[in-house]
Every structure is written in C-alpha cells, then in structure tokens.
Ligand binder design. Structure first.
Ligand code: GLN
Length: 501
C-alpha cells in the first residue's frame, strides 16, 4: 500500500494539519476512501462505506476553516464506526442477517459526539455477529482479515475496526468491548485499543450484547489519539442511565509525565502462572515491563487468584444477558422477517425468523444463556457466577492497595490462522483469558503494541487501571509507546506468511 502521509499517521497529526490548513479534510478523506477501495475487497474490514456523505462532511470542514469558524477537536479526521453502533442513514447489521434491512432512525450518542467534534464518518466496520467472538469469523458477512498477514484473523469482535486502522483505511475507529473486543483485535493488528471504565461512555444507540459488561472505546494508532478520542465520546449522557455522572478529566494533560514512582503490578496469573502463553509473546511483554522499570516505575508482584474462574464466570454472565437482550429480534420489531406460511402462528414466525436470522455462535450463546437462567438452574449457574464475579472484582481491589496499574499480555498468542479454531469454540474462548476479568470488574484497560513476534505479527501489552482512572492508564501507555514505538502499517497486504529474514 502507498505509505501513509504524515497527517494520516495519527488522529492528532491529522487534526492539526487540517486546522493549520496544511492539507484539506477532503484530501485526507479521499486518501482514506482510495485505500478502502483498493484494499477492502481483500481485508473485508468495512461492511458499509458512504463516500459521498464522507466527502460532503469533509468539504463542510474545509469551508468552515476557510470561513474562520472554530473547528472541533476531530475536524476532518476520517474515522470508522463498528457496525454495532447506530449511525443515522447507514444500515446497522451487528454482523447478523437478522437485522437485514434495518437502518436506525438516529445516531448513537457517541456518534453524535464524533459529528460535533467534526469527525468525518467513513462507514461501518465488520465484527463478529452481535460481537460474539474473538476472530471476526462469526460475522454473517465473512471475516475481516489481518493486514499483517491476510491468512490470519484480525481478532474480534472489533476485527474490522482494528484491520481498518492498522491498514490506514481511516485514521481511528470506535469499537466495543464486552470481554476484550477492543483490546484483543488491537493487539493482534498492532494498534492501540482502550476499553474505558464501565459507565464512562454512553451506550445509547449501541446494540446490547451483555449489558453489565459492554463499553464503547477508541481504537487508534497512538496512545494520545486514544486519549483524544475518549475525551470526545466519553462523559455523562442523560440518555443512558448506566452512564456515570463524573465528568472526564483532561486526559492529555499528564500524558507525557512519565512513570517515575508509578507502581506497576504484575499479576502472577498473567505471566508465570499462565497456561498457553507463547514464549515469544512473553518476551516482548517482559521487555516492555523492563522498559517501564527503566523509566522509574516499580514492578510489584501481585496475585489475582480467581483468574482461573474468569472464563466460566464470563461465559455464564455474558450468555445469560445476551439471551435476554437478543429476545427483541423476533421478526416483528427490527430487520428481517421470515416469509409467512399458511397456518403459521406468531410463535412460528418468531421461531423461524430467529432460526434463519441468527448464526451458529449466536444460537449457541442464546441456548447457554437461557439454560443458565432457567428455573431450577439459575441458582447453580447464573447466580453462582454473579457471586464469583464479586470475588474476581475483589482480587483487583486488593491489587490496588499496592499498585497503580497492572500489566501483562493482552492475548496469550499472536493472530492465528483463519479457520484454526472454528470447530473448537472452547479453545477460542480460552484466548480471552487475560481480558475478561477487566469487564467483570468494570475496569479501564488499554492494549499498546510492544513490537513483533518472530512470525512478523504484532504483540500487545495490556495495562489495567483503577476504576475511572483512565488518565494514569494512558500515561503509562504513552511511556510504553515511547519505548516500543508505534508499528509501521504493513505494506501491500498479501496472503503469505511473512517471516523476516
Ligand atoms: N470474545 C468474547 C466473546 O465472545 C468477547 C467479545 C466482546 O468483547 N464483544 O464474548
């Protein structure tokens, strides 16, 4: 692919160059659209692109600048939106056939805020169906591909968003994270992904997967970009009762202050005690931890003893909530409805619409969740999981007595081959072992690239913060980035396994 221009390499540089009149928003938007046209047929990162509307938005920014109007913080920056989030005038699929034909009547709050900040909305990115998955392969529209190696998965569920940002098909993206769906694809595609604290960002207009876990967040090329994007989308929203009332602090104010004196907890369960951790991933993570120490941070060993229960706990709670949330797709209210057959009753209509509309993974989760909530089993499964969730939360609370942030790998492995785990959902669920606890405890967490695996694929470091302390998290992330550097976007994506000589 043609090298990214300087103003395309970060949201911050892009906004600055446009505001200074060094480049027009239209030029930047055209460059992104050209790259989408050239690469999306292979990457399948976008499910919907609206070039005409994007160019119109870009020209409006250029006109406003020439007229001397004050520009928003994202004026002219081309961004994408995960197709789980409502954008007025664009179809919303959630990666599912069941929403076929559905176009939401209004913007999600986060999208409204992007528009107010002047961002140019390029389109909607690919995802696992209803955000259920870790590889993008459960999308009804085929998987997105990893731009570092197109035979590999981009991660999931926000795989399209991660692939798009890594390949320069847009400068930044909005993703969602229920159990790792921002951080893990960010790690697998070599970009930055920030899952904010539960309640930090409005979910009005965001399709619900598991309501006690879901959060919207930035996927960007740099840590500063993530801070700026969260600054725009985060903060109280009267339209979402689960959105916290605390105002966001200035997230960029202390970004460059370094980590001297910061206590970085290293959970035993994420490194020495972790099963299935690729040694080459481990060595990148160790190097990043050493670098933090070199900058004056103190590494503190900590224990998160209930980590071994996170997978079971998450998959009970997430599927239980999903089974309730997805009950609304009944063929009557949204999207697709099956052809009525003579003699069909309303129950047949529901059953056949859902049978045809949902894919295998979604059905599996609805069945699991319905079982976990059903009379006679609810106590043993769902309610027990809720009690274990509290223990997982308390592990983190104890860690905060001795540390300011926690650090470890985002994913135990780098991007795997397309199809590798499709027949083995449990093996795929196990890939989420380091990210799930964060959602169960409602914490903010960040994935930052820390270099390449010998296979030529990116490795991500996960940093976890105290509730609502995104500022410290981002400051630590900026320090990691200063040492590890950002990853250059891959050249022309090809389908070969690239091993550096
Ligand atoms: N992979 C996890 C799941 O399938 C997390 C997905 C997400 O965060 N949306 O549930």
């Amino acid at each position: 692919m043609t090298a990214l221009l300087p103003h395309e390499q970060s949201l911050t540089a892009c906004a600055q160059a446009i505001a200074a009149g060094e480049v027009t928003a239209e030029t930047v938007t055209r460059a992104a659209l050209d790259r989408i046209e050239a690469q999306n047929p292979l990457l399948n990162a976008y499910l919907h692109v609206d070039s005409a509307v994007a160019l119109q938005q870009a020209r409006a920014v250029d006109l406003a600048r020439v007229a001397g109007k004050e520009l928003g913080p994202l004026a002219g920056v081309p961004v994408s939106v995960k197709d789980l989030i409502a954008v007025q005038g664009m179809p919303l699929t959630a990666g599912s056939r069941i929403l076929q034909g559905y176009t939401p009547p209004r913007d999600a709050t986060v999208v409204e805020r992007l528009r107010t900040a002047g961002a140019v909305l390029l389109g909607k990115t690919n995802l696992d169906e209803f955000a259920m998955g870790s590889s993008n392969e459960s999308s009804a529209f085929g998987p997105a591909r990893n731009p570092w190696n197109t035979q590999r998965v981009p991660g999931g569920s926000s795989g399209g968003a991660a692939a798009a940002v890594a390949a320069g098909l847009g400068v930044a993206a909005l993703g969602t994270d229920t159990g790792g769906s921002i951080r893990q694809p960010a790690a697998l595609c070599g970009i930055v992904g920030l899952k904010p604290s539960y309640g930090r960002v409005s979910r009005l207009g965001v399709v619900a997967y598991a309501s006690s876990l879901d959060q919207v967040g930035p996927m960007t090329r740099t840590v500063r970009d993530a801070a700026r994007l969260l600054q725009v989308i985060g903060g109280p929203d009267p339209g979402d009762a689960t959105c916290d009332l605390r105002a966001l602090p200035d997230l960029e104010a202390n970004l460059d202050q370094g980590v001297a004196g910061l206590r970085v907890g290293v959970p035993h369960e994420f490194l020495d005690g972790a099963e299935g951790l690729d040694p080459a991933v481990r060595s990148r993570v160790d190097a990043a931890l050493q670098a933090l120490q070199g900058r004056g941070a103190t590494l503190v060993p900590v224990a998160l003893p209930h980590t071994r229960h996170t997978l079971a706990t998450y998959y009970l709670i997430a599927t239980a909530e999903a089974s309730a949330n997805l009950a609304r797709y009944d063929g009557v209210r949204f999207g697709r409805r099956t052809e009525a057959r003579p003699g069909d009753g309303i129950d047949d209509l529901y059953a056949r619409t859902r049978g045809e509309g949902f894919g295998t993974e979604v059905k599996r989760r609805i069945l699991l969740g319905t079982f976990a909530l059903s009379a006679g089993y609810r106590d043993a499964w769902y309610e027990k999981a809720c009690r274990v969730r509290r223990l997982i939360h308390d592990d983190f609370e104890r860690a905060w007595q001795t540390c300011d942030v926690l650090a470890g790998p985002t994913s135990p492995v780098v991007a795997w081959k397309l199809g590798e785990f499709v027949q083995d959902p449990l093996a795929m669920y196990l890939m989420d072992v380091f990210t799930l606890g964060v959602n169960l405890a409602g914490l903010p967490a960040l994935s930052v690239p820390v270099g390449l695996h010998p296979d030529g694929l990116p490795v991500g470091l996960q940093l976890i913060g105290r509730p609502f302390d995104e500022a410290t998290l981002l400051r630590a992330g900026a320090t990691v980035e200063a040492d590890a550097g950002t990853l250059e976007p891959p050249e022309t994506p090809d389908a070969s396994d690239r091993r550096p000589a």
